[in-house]
Design a protein around this ligand. Structure first.
Ligand code: TYM
Length: 332
């Protein structure tokens, strides 16, 4: 029997995709794909919220790079729907309708908006409205589960609140989605500064911050060997310094080893051994991904075809939801 519950998730095609994106999101999508019907979107409309980072040629190339990374990470493009957000116009249409039921105060409270708007001189309306478009992405597909990293938790809560409010105002229209967030590895921190979440934008500026999914093995090793730890030797998940815990969590997710075994393995070894072993595990996890990526992108027509088929499958689902929304609200 085909799975009856649907998963939806996405990545914004800006900056360099990093190990945090893989551990928190892509690896989770791939591991659970047989349990659900899967829809994975490259959210290029969201990318326009940081206009200073956008050059049309770069965005077009990034869209294809991110889609290829989905497949390279193990998502099966024959069974999953992989597509570009801008190729299904219902995303923008539903975002408008949801704007009209979302109180401004809900958006002003979003921590990502507060953090991003603090570092930008001129803030576009799109940055404030970002979570509403994200709610539209999720609700269009009658999504049951949204696998994401911990930083997206608040956006999924907002999606649920917006859906409940709409259902209350216009009658039962949307499925209320649940987040799927890893218990470990849902917030990978920067290697240079373990108090800061690993992020694509910092990774673009600082070579020591993150490991890129397409970085060569010697670069990966160099970055991890320079990771900030502390002067002690503690390797326990409950008590280790933040930089050490970050390395332990990456190792735990990538190898699937039990915490007690990991603690026993590194006990008394010193952080040099921990870093070397984590670097080996990261290189081993990314090697097959990089090989598949090279194979896939050797012929650009392969990704174009995956995206064409994906949009063709996504559009009728999105349109069915929009028909319900138009009927419920009296539009059209
Ligand atoms: P984005 O592009 O910032 O990140 C993509 C995914 O990677 C996860 N992630 C992390 N996980 C662990 N540790 C980290 N340091 C880390 N950094 C990022 C994110 O949680 C995310 O799962 N708003 C979303 C994109 C989006 C979306 C959606 C996601 C738009 N519409 C609908 C799900 C459903 C974003 O900017 O993710």
């Amino acid at each position: 029997m085909p799975p009856s519950e649907r998963v939806f998730s996405g990545v914004q095609p800006t900056g360099k995709l990093h190990l945090g994106n893989y551990v928190g999101a892509l690896s989770q999508w791939a591991a659970n794909q047989d349990d659900y019907e899967n829809v994975f979107c490259v959210v290029d409309l969201h990318a326009l919220t940081i206009p200073e980072a956008i050059d049309p040629k770069v965005l077009r190339a990034k869209n294809r790079e991110v889609a290829a990374l989905y497949v390279a990470a193990g998502i099966d493009p024959d069974s999953a729907t992989i597509f570009l957000q801008s190729q299904v116009p219902q995303h923008a249409e539903l975002a408008w309708v949801l704007n009209c039921v979302t109180p401004l105060g809900w958006l002003e409270r979003m921590t990502q908006f507060k953090a991003k708007s603090g570092t930008t001189e001129s803030i576009g309306t799109g940055l404030l409205d970002y979570p509403v478009l994200m709610a539209a992405d999720i609700l269009l597909y009658d999504t049951n589960f949204v696998p994401v990293g911990d930083d997206q938790r608040q956006h999924i809560e907002l999606t649920r609140d917006v859906a409940l409010r709409f259902n209350h105002m216009f009658g039962d229209t949307f499925v209320i989605p649940e987040p799927l967030i890893r218990s470990s590895g849902a917030r990978i921190m920067g290697f240079d500064d373990p108090t800061q979440k690993m992020s694509k934008s910092i990774g673009e500026q600082k070579g020591t911050h993150s490991v890129g999914l397409l970085d060569p093995p010697d670069t990966i090793r160099k970055i991890i060997m320079r990771a900030a730890t502390d002067s002690g030797r503690d390797v326990h998940f409950d008590t280790a310094a933040p930089g050490v815990l970050n390395l332990l969590s990456i190792y735990e997710v990538l190898t699937g080893e039990k915490r007690a075994d990991i603690e026993a393995r590194f006990d008394g070894q010193g952080y040099g051994v921990l870093k070397r072993t984590v670097a080996d595990a990261v290189i081993a996890a990314l090697e097959p991904l990089q090989a598949r990526y090279a194979e896939l992108t050797a012929d650009p027509a392969t990704i174009e075809e995956i995206l064409r088929r994906g949009a063709e499958r996504a559009a009728p689902i999105a349109e069915r939801t929009m028909e319900r929304v138009r009927a419920a609200t009296g539009l059209g």
